[in-house]
Design a protein around this ligand. Sequence first.
Ligand code: EPU
Length: 423
Amino acid sequence: MDAFVVHGGRRLSGRVTVSGAKNSALKLVAAALLAQGPSGFSNVPDIADMWTMKEILEDLGARVDAPEPGRFTVHAPSEVGQETSAPLAKRLRASLVLLGPLLARAGRARMAMPGGCNLGNRNIDMHLSGLQQMGAQITYGPDWIEVTVDRLAGAEIDLVYASVGATENLMLAAVGARGTTVIDNAAREPEIVDLAGFLGAMGADISGAGSSRIVVRGVDGLHPASHRVVGDRIEAGTFAVAATLTGGDLEIVGVDPEHLRLPLDKLQAIGASVEPVAGGFAIRGHDALAATDIVTLPFPGCPTDLQPMFIALLSQAAGTSMVTENVYDGRFGIIGELCRLGAEIEREGHHAIIRGPRRLVGTQVEAMDLRAGAALVLAGLVAEGTTVVRNPRHVDRGYAYFAERLRAVAADVERMAVEPAGV
Ligand code: EPU
């Protein structure tokens, strides 16, 4: 059995170069299917989810070359497949974003219900009702949906919630539709802006990405293009929390600090100093950490993907903190595992009440999903003795070389085989 084995007590120090964003790169390579020919991507993260997406695209008839680290070329075929295979789609939530490109190219898409982290209810009603408003018909199977359309038509779509995936799918469907599509209450995440940038380079006509009203005028004849993936704000935030937690000192580059404005404000309120540097920011943790309250919200709010790291951090802050999770109803799995390490955290509905600081003592814990797994590794950095985080494959889905990169900034973390019952 593999695990991250963490020996606590080191202060992190040095420089971290952030990878390209998982949640952008996955959508960008899917978007490449919109135009026959080769689209090239740089700054692609070397994570398990990207390799799964590569297999899905190949299964749909594309050729995907990865000639060197960080580079993908997607050769979109003249005829794109219309069905995603269940075993592949179940490994990846982002497979859902193929719905838009497949409908645009082939007029029909049968999607196996997507997998991804188990974070509670992950509906897709907004994706489907938006496509219906663009003229698509939907048939439901036991574990698939089929969407068909003669030609997508522009529509005025008002999302009831600023869903990242629904905004992306509707943009992808709208770029080749007849007429103009307006997406109101659109998600404003930097990954949406990145996707719009690539689609623009392919010849699409999109305005308003990054605001809550996106206007897409359908065009004929998109063409392949090249794009550099935006830096991963969640990975940057993970390292920033690690610096704060350990009283360390990191320079984090390859990311726009504006994409992390609220989390960095929170880290400063908890007790870190943050300064801009060329291409990123520097962060220095201090010994005394103060309690604070955090509320997760769509961008520009505090990202839910950093919520488990903040809970780990606040377990070491003096006083009572409250973290409120507004995006997922099942993203508090970290609480039980942190309590096993010695944290004092209570859950009340979608609030976590954290009393700190409490001494953490290493033991075996379980990475139940990607972000919780990363947060448990961070907790291990300040726990006494050895923390063993089982199920590292969840973390591999979204962080490239996590242990190696933490080691490069002075952490004592190894990814290794361990006995199921102990180290
Ligand atoms: N929702 C609906 N109906 C829909 C779509 C969403 O009810 O049609 C609900 C979901 O059930 C969920 C909430 O809206 O409670 C947020 O969903 P959203 O569509 O915004 O998220 P997503 O596109 O499924 C992406 C990221 C997540 C990240 C969220 C929020 C990818 C592949 N995933 O998911 O990333 O948490 O946006 O920022 O881009 C992660 O990286 O660890 C991760 C989970």
